[in-house]
Design a protein around this ligand. Structure first.
Ligand code: EPS
Length: 379
């Protein structure tokens, strides 16, 4: 069973992820993890913190001669802006953040809550996901995340080959698949900044090259759609998750929703085993299992809750009305969210891959994968 936990505070010494159940024999490198960390720090609309940090991963354990050992892997991203001991408490909780609810729940300071609930923690979730992605690549499974809507403005994703999508996304400061619209979208963010406001939006993740049968129909807590929904919903500021057609499927008759099944002999050697679908409204998942089609997940991110023009709040000591606290923040961290959601989805897909093909070693997983593909093709 592949899983991970994280530890660390936004302005504490360090951030850690402990990855358990990662198979032995995977060649690991830090460049691709660092690349994701760099992308997470970027995107238009980020705040001052990202000019202080240059996030880099250290793989502290579970590795020998650049190869995973099958033992727990501890990942570290050190905070340059370590100042937790010097920071005071805040008295005017920010609506939308965990300030009020967390401090009441733990009978604690607000500081103790906001430092852990900050989206800074996603740096090590991205590191864990990017590590998992190195396992996925050994099976030719590829992931991409991009922005499809920002501040209510839709940016239609171009349906083209994934290599072309990577190129377009990496040209866009918004991390959308339409860099030509960057100027228009950046203006929205600039306007929000001028108004002391923040903006959210929607990101989409696609995963290609998935075999049939990751996840299960048989038990609720191992259905892959449920696993993905939990992982994505648990990213800071995410308020909605859709798979495939998502909420739109509720508005249409079945004849316009379900993806017809066709067979194309020429594709029988590919992960879809020749079963092609003219549409992919299911988003690659039927009954909690991958169906050989690309996985498509969307996540809705609310605007960041720290506003330069603060909202109405209450002083926790006096109980008198006062404006919420303002601490340095971002105007829009949606591009970062596209990186985070891509990587948390990658981790869940890797978990499902390990569940299906065994997690002791890459060699064994590959053997079982090949055997399954052969048996499924003959089925
Ligand atoms: C973040 C780092 C934080 C915030 C942001 C995410 O840095 P600091 O608090 O030092 O400015 O910029 O946190 C939030 C959006 C939040 O709501 O807490 C990061 O690295 O992603």
């Amino acid at each position: 069973m592949l899983r991970y936990w994280t530890a660390g505070e936004s302005h504490g010494k360090t951030l850690l992820a402990m990855v358990d159940g990662f198979p032995a024999g995977v060649e690991l490198e830090t460049d691709s993890i660092d690349n994701e960390l760099r992308r997470r720090q970027g995107g238009y609309g980020r705040g001052g913190r990202q000019r202080i940090e240059t996030d880099k991963v250290e793989i502290l354990t579970g590795i020998w001669k650049n190869t995973s050992l099958g033992s727990p892997i501890a990942l570290q991203v050190v905070n340059k802006d370590y100042k937790l001991e010097r920071l005071g408490d805040i008295e005017r909780p920010r609506p939308g953040h965990g300030d009020l609810t967390g401090s009441v729940k733990h009978l604690s300071s607000v500081r103790g809550i906001l430092e852990r609930s900050s989206a800074r923690e996603t740096a090590v979730r991205v590191a864990a996901g990017a590590l998992a992605n190195q396992l996925l690549r050994a099976f030719n499974i590829r992931t991409i995340g991009y922005v499809v809507e920002l501040g209510g403005v839709r940016i239609e994703p171009q349906v083209i080959a994934i290599d072309e999508q990577y190129k377009l996304r990496d040209q866009s400061e918004i991390y959308s698949l339409d860099p030509e619209r960057d100027a228009e979208i950046k203006q929205l963010i600039d306007d929000a900044r001028k108004d002391g406001d923040t903006l959210g939006g929607i990101v989409e993740v696609r995963v290609e090259g998935l075999p049939f049968g990751l996840g299960t129909h048989a038990q609720w807590d191992r259905k892959l759609d449920g696993r993905i929904a939990q992982a994505v919903m648990a990213v800071q500021a995410i308020k909605g998750v859709e798979i495939g057609m998502g909420f739109e499927a509720a508005r249409l008759p079945g004849s316009k929703v379900h993806d017809p099944i066709q067979y194309d002999e020429s594709q029988k050697g590919s992960p879809n085993l020749g079963f092609v679908r003219p549409t992919n409204n299911a988003g690659g998942l039927e009954a909690g299992m991958t169906n050989g089609q690309p996985l498509v997940v969307r996540a809705a991110k609310k605007p960041i809750s720290t506003l330069a023009k603060p909202l109405e709040s209450v002083n926790l000591k006096t109980k008198q009305p006062e404006s919420a606290e303002y601490e340095r923040s971002d105007v829009c961290a949606l591009s970062a969210a596209s990186v985070i959601v891509e990587n948390v989805v990658a981790f869940e897909v890797a978990c499902a891959l390990v569940d299906k093909f065994g997690g002791d070693s890459l060699q064994e997983m590959k053997g079982r994968y090949e055997l399954f593909m052969k048996m499924a093709a003959e089925h």
